[in-house]
Design a binder for this molecule. Structure first.
Ligand SMILES: Cc1cc2nc3c(=O)[nH]c(=O)nc-3n(C[C@H](O)[C@H](O)[C@H](O)COP(=O)(O)OP(=O)(O)OC[C@H]3O[C@@H](n4cnc5c(N)ncnc54)[C@H](O)[C@@H]3O)c2cc1C
Length: 466
């Protein structure tokens, strides 16, 4: 990679981590960020230990703690109002996670990575075209007409990626919900130093520390439930607040009254390809999931380190990109199937998912091994779909046993049969979707070809030797 010219589109989390990793391999990296300052949209703030360890290898962990980040030790999950939560610690060997204000994090990364040898960071540069030489990408053009030529172009421009659409990729996009972000101050968390998930409301509530004495709550509001800022605030107060324990609940209500409403839509974006000759996608531009599992940035670190490893293996550039694509989807598909299943179980919108949720809590209560394995999957330490399927089967078995036992005990056989039918239908549908995702990944691996970007209608902007 020494001396290879790389242009990175997007100076957010994934773009900056990519610049650090590739500059460390000797590349000359130009990062182009469209905003003069920060992208104002609400973005993630909790990074799992796997992501933190990745940042450490790039010398980026300590600066983020200096910038106000705090350690996160694991999760506490509560199935309903006034029910004792289950604590799921990160394994000791995995280390701690990190909670940090998103803008403070991006600001610090820009300061630190922007000073690294070989890195140039330019803000106010919105990329709106790719420079093409036939199907090969040779850099980008910005909205004001500046051209940046490079041997490797990286799209790190987020979930609504312009680069992805310029490559001609058509991902599957689903609007899932809206996240209302509430900021709370004080020592009001039931388990300080942990992420919290509160269930029972129309959507899950995620709460985590993002600085000393600072807590962010991400409230998952179903699509179409309320329109307009005041109506959304009222809906959150009426439908969600009672599932949050005191004193956090009062602090949340006070914050809703005092502060302007903040939040954003949540989408699932699933891609089938993330590389083409001379170009690759990293971070959310390559796809994203519901933020419930707080995995976006850990996945982005995985993308960057996987790509950096492939580029370091002395393969020709396109062979390295193909290898990146292959390894990336193995990891990403496992994350997708787990996140979808967990969101379904946590929302518990039908009888099948409700039975699975009850089974999940029983399973966690049953043994430390169950809690450790689930947490290993949640935090992306175990990213093999087989681990997820075997844990899901255990939860399904336990849920089935309890549905049968309750029906026999209460002599409500007809009701029990209908609950059993719902449970089996939800579970088998989920397993079927999981298998079809895994099969499509295997098929994609066998295809072993990079996506071919169609030559643009405009004449090539640069000559083949550039
Ligand atoms: C509500 C919510 C909560 C979340 N919570 C978590 C969490 O707790 N933990 C977690 O790990 N993840 C979380 N995520 C996901 C996390 O925010 C993303 O995974 C992460 O921000 C991805 O970083 P990125 O750099 O790929 O994209 P982004 O953070 O979106 O950054 C993209 C950058 O590219 C720039 N850009 C866009 N277009 C162009 C262009 N044409 N030219 C130049 N620049 C451009 C943007 O201005 C931006 O700076 C959450 C997401 C949401 C929506």
């Amino acid at each position: 990679m020494i001396g290879t010219a790389v242009v990175v589109v997007g100076g957010g989390f994934a773009g900056l981590v990519s610049a650090a990793a590739l500059a460390a391999r000797g590349a000359t990296v130009t990062v182009l960020e469209s905003h003069q300052g920060f992208d104002p949209r609400f973005r993630g703030e909790l990074i799992h230990p796997r992501g933190v360890r990745g940042l450490e290898t790039l010398g980026l962990k300590a600066p983020l703690f200096e910038a106000g980040g705090v350690a996160v030790k694991g999760f506490s999950v509560s199935p309903g109002a006034d029910v004792t939560p289950i604590v799921l610690p990160y394994g000791v060997s995995f280390g701690t996670g990190l909670g940090i204000d998103h803008h403070a994090m991006v600001g610090k990364l820009r300061e630190v990575v922007g000073k690294r040898p070989g890195v140039t960071l330019l803000t106010g540069q919105r990329v709106d075209a790719l420079l093409q030489d036939g199907p090969r990408i040779r850099g980008v053009r910005t909205a004001d007409g500046r051209e940046f030529r490079a041997e490797l172009t990286l799209g790190a421009d987020g979930r609504q990626s312009k680069v992805r659409s310029l490559m001609g990729l058509e991902p599957e996009v689903k609007l899932l919900s809206f996240t209302v972000a509430v900021t709370v101050e004080g020592d009001v968390m039931p388990h300080p130093g942990h992420g919290h998930v509160f269930l029972g409301a129309p959507g899950p509530i995620l709460a985590y520390p993002y600085g000393e004495g600072q807590i962010r709550m991400c409230i998952d509001v179903p699509v179409g439930e309320a329109k307009g800022k005041d109506a959304i605030k009222k809906y959150v107060k009426d439908a969600f607040a009672r599932f949050v324990p005191e004193p956090l609940r009062s602090a949340m209500l006070a914050s809703l009254d005092r502060r302007p409403l903040e939040g954003c839509a949540t989408h699932a974006v699933s891609t089938q390809a993330c590389a083409a000759p001379g170009i690759a996608l990293v971070g959310d531009s390559g796809g994203c999931m519901h933020p419930l599992t707080a995995g976006g940035m850990t996945n982005a670190v995985n993308d960057v380190l996987t790509l950096s490893d492939c580029l370091g293996e002395e393969l020709a550039l396109d062979a390295a990109l193909l290898e990146y694509q292959r390894r990336r989807y193995r990891f990403v598909r496992a994350r997708e199937v787990f996140t979808e299943a967990l969101y379904e179980v946590f929302r518990a919108h039908d009888d099948g998912a409700k039975a699975l949720q009850a089974g999940t809590f029983r399973y966690w209560a049953s043994s430390p091994r169950a809690r450790a394995t689930s947490m290993g999957i949640l935090s992306a330490e175990y990213a093999d779909p087989r681990t997820f399927v075997s844990e899901y089967a255990r939860v399904m078995g336990l849920s089935t046993f309890h549905v049968c036992r309750d029906a026999l005990k209460q002599r409500t056989v007809r009701q029990g049969a209908s609950r059993m039918q719902a449970l089996l239908s939800t579970s088998f549908e989920r397993l079927e979707r999981t298998f079809s995702r895994v099969v499509s990944t295997v098929v994609q691996e066998r295809r072993a070809a990079l996506h071919q970007v169609q030559p643009s209608a405009a004449p090539p902007r640069i000559d083949a030797a550039a």
